[in-house]
Write a protein that binds this ligand. Structure first.
Ligand SMILES: Nc1ncnc2c1ncn2[C@@H]1O[C@H](COP(=O)(O)OP(=O)(O)OP(=O)(O)O)[C@@H](O)[C@H]1O
Ligand code: NI
Length: 307
């Protein structure tokens, strides 16, 4: 059974146009994704493709002007706002993308420790701090006294110490030294091997592949491919979607071939496939038909030509 299932999720924002008419702009559409217990699913894709919003939708912390549709299921149970509030920070934990999520008025030690923690939990926290290279004195500091990398390590400790069985890490490694970043990913792998589920949002595909089981590739507010981590190899021959292949081949260690053009903005999506305007394999049909996500070679793809 899946720990988390996201089915046909859409997220829209209402905003006012110049004539002060209220308009809805869809920023996530038709997004489906699942994670089993013990799995790490990496989410990759361009900036603005909807990765953080997916994380916020699952946690139930979308901004007030966002409208969500679709279904999010956790442990077989459909989530609503009330259930999300109960699970948040206990069953489901978020490592936020911004380090500004730390409470500026509370000492670090207090924020990380679960209220009413016993001696065993306090010892676990010290061990984790040591593992992440945080000196014991850090506990006594306030967030403004931390460097960006330290703050990120504190946020990671908070999420992992919560004992949550689903951890959503939104770009957990930028600002960390190579060693600390590697340690973080290895720690995620250990947690997954203990049966937890990790959704790892990242721009660092190469590092994510060293620990992830599956990769979901996002483009313009939806998934275009779900692949096994092993499919990212060579020149991307095993990948199913032209965007996944382009993303892979744009990496410096691969061909370093940038993709011409830009991701379409929310509210200005093309009629057909979202990637058609930049796709080297696009045909006339691609500009007319919106492809559905379909199964292919053990993964999923949103492209009529993929084989
Ligand atoms: N509060 C908001 N109101 C209106 N639009 C928003 C809001 N928050 C996000 N968006 C839009 O939703 C889209 C997806 O944003 P999101 O933060 O999920 O992207 P992302 O994939 O996490 O990008 P990055 O890799 O840069 O973190 C963007 O186009 C963004 O402008
Ligand atoms: Ni983001």
């Amino acid at each position: 059974m899946c720990k988390l299932e996201v089915e046909n999720l859409s997220v829209s924002f209402s905003h006012y146009d110049r004539g002060l008419r209220q308009q809805m702009v869809e920023v996530i559409h038709g997004l489906s994704l699942s994670i089993k217990a013990g799995q790490i699913v990496a989410v990759v894709g361009s900036s603005g493709s909807g990765k953080s919003l997916l994380a916020h939708a699952i946690m139930g912390i979308l901004p007030g002007n966002a409208v969500m549709a679709g279904r999010i299921c956790y442990g077989g149970e459909t989530l609503n706002a009330q259930r999300q509030a109960t699970l948040r920070g206990k069953e489901m934990a978020l490592v936020p993308q911004s380090v500004n999520y730390l409470d500026p008025l509370m000492r670090v030690g207090q924020q990380v420790r679960i209220p009413g923690a016993d001696q065993v939990q306090a010892a676990q926290q010290r061990n984790l701090f040591e593992r992440y290279g945080l000196e014991p004195g850090v506990e006594q500091l306030y967030p403004f006294q931390l460097s960006g990398g330290m703050a990120r390590r504190v946020l990671l400790s908070t999420a992992t110490l919560s004992g949550a069985s689903l951890i959503i890490a939104d770009e957990p490694t930028p600002g960390l030294h190579h060693e600390a970043a590697r340690e973080t990913l290895l720690h995620f792998r250990e947690l997954a091997d203990e049966g937890r589920s990790i959704l790892l949002i990242t721009h660092d595909i190469e590092s994510a592949l060293t620990v992830a089981d599956k990769v979901a590739v996002f483009y313009a507010g939806t998934t275009v491919e779900i692949a096994a981590a092993e499919d990212f190899a060579g020149h991307g021959e095993r990948l199913r979607h032209p965007y996944s292949r382009a993303l892979w081949n744009a990496l410096p260690q691969n061909q370093f071939q940038p993709i011409p053009g830009a991701q379409p903005l929310p509210g200005q999506l093309p009629d057909g496939c979202v990637f058609a305007p930049r796709c080297p394999a696009a045909s006339a049909e691609c500009s007319e038909i919106k492809p559905d996500m379909r199964k292919l070679r053990g993964g999923m793809v949103r492209c009529i030509h993929a084989s």
